[in-house]
Ligand binder design. Structure first.
Ligand code: SAM
Length: 353
């Protein structure tokens, strides 16, 4: 599937629940719970199957907190049965806060999960609790990361959102953490996607600043494209060159060759020009950009098919046509920081990051 700007759409994120067990200060108000429904797994599976038949080769499960959803292991097993039109298995990933990962990492790997990304915004237990507003989470998340590595979900990626005046002192500690724990730490610039309105350009800790701070610990070198393509191919990525080209993170290794970090810089260095992503929310709405002002009611096509007793083939054809039509209208880019920027119609936790 390609959009009108010539971008190939190969990457689908599915939020399988709107619930979350953390209340991260930069993401949620702390007063509100889930706001949107969950669909039965069979419905997500059907949407995924049709999307894969149209060219999706990577699926990431997210939320809310995806590990809260009972049945996720079976769902991953079902996704792992799907094949691209060329007969290749999918790349299946999960983004999680890691709180429940210690017990689930091995079953998820056995079910066919390819990779896991754990969100973690401090490597200091007290600061971690202040950010998540949950006591004693740090040890659980660390155990989850270690269990994921032990289960063979390598390389485990750890995503950290930096906020000025709050956790920007964690840059070097995270560099050390990446090296000690054998994980890839990726810093994400804070985007205006929170439930309450905290974002300002000043809070964003930008790419150059992160690099300069990390260089005080140890110099970094950018990982060349050829090496990234080779790495993606070696890890079984369905289309390694396309994957390496549309990677969101700028990737660096430490000068002594031990440890990798990445920086995802949607604010200071937007990467919309090679965006390959679409998202399905927990209630079955298709979103073509994190900053979409509207969503597309994919689940409505399923509901209509059932109400009108359409054949399975007809419903699948309708879902496919709907996907193509929505992708045709995919936004060219986001407008963060520009005059007239409008907050999207949902915040990150209710879209699926
Ligand atoms: N609960 C799961 C988790 O914690 O990874 C999945 C959902 S969470 C919304 C997905 C990711 O979005 C997390 O890494 C989180 O840090 C990130 N995130 C949330 N709000 C953000 C924002 N305003 N800007 C950048 N990243 C954000």
């Amino acid at each position: 599937m390609t959009d009108k700007f010539g971008r190939t759409i190969s990457d689908l994120r599915i939020s399988i629940t709107d619930r979350c067990n953390y209340k991260c200060v930069y993401c949620r108000t702390g007063n509100e719970g889930a706001q949107y429904a969950e669909l039965p797994f069979a419905d997500y599976l059907r949407m995924a199957r049709v999307a894969v038949s149209q060219g999706i080769s990577k699926i990431r499960l997210t939320g809310g907190e995806p590990l809260l959803r009972n049945g996720i292991v079976d769902f991953v097993r079902d996704l792992a049965q799907l094949r691209t039109p060329r007969g290749a298995p999918l790349d299946i990933a999960v983004t999680t806060n890691g709180h429940l990962l210690a017990d689930l990492a091995a079953p998820l790997k056995a079910a066919g999960l390819s990779r896991v990304t754990v969100s973690m915004d401090a490597v200091d237990a007290a600061l971690f609790a202040r950010i998540t507003r949950v006591p004693n989470g740090y040890d659980k998340v660390l155990a989850g990361i270690r269990a994921a590595r032990a289960a063979g979900l390598d390389p485990v990626k750890v995503n950290c959102v930096l906020l000025r005046g709050f956790n920007e002192d964690q840059i070097i500690p995270f560099g050390k953490f990446a090296r000690e724990e054998g994980v890839v730490v990726r810093f994400i610039e804070f985007m205006p996607l929170e439930e309450d309105r905290r974002w300002s350009p000043e809070i964003v800790v930008r790419l150059e600043e992160i690099l300069a701070e990390m260089a005080r610990f140890m110099p970094l070198e950018a990982i060349p494209l050829a090496e990234r393509v080779q790495g993606a191919a070696a890890s079984g990525m369905p289309d390694a060159a396309q994957h390496a080209n549309s990677e969101t993170a700028r990737r660096y290794r430490f000068a002594d060759g031990i440890g990798e970090i990445g920086i995802i810089a949607p604010v200071s260095h937007p990467f919309c020009g090679h965006c390959s992503r679409i998202r399905i929310t927990s209630d079955g709405k298709l979103r073509t950009c994190l900053f979409s002002l509207r969503d597309h009611d994919l689940n409505g096509i399923l509901r209509h098919g059932r109400a009108a007793s359409l054949s399975d083939e007809q419903v699948d054809a309708n879902l496919a046509a709907f996907l193509h039509a929505a992708i045709e209208r995919k936004e060219e880019r986001h407008h963060i920081g520009e005059p007239g920027f409008m907050q999207p119609s949902r915040s990150m936790v209710h879209i699926g990051g």
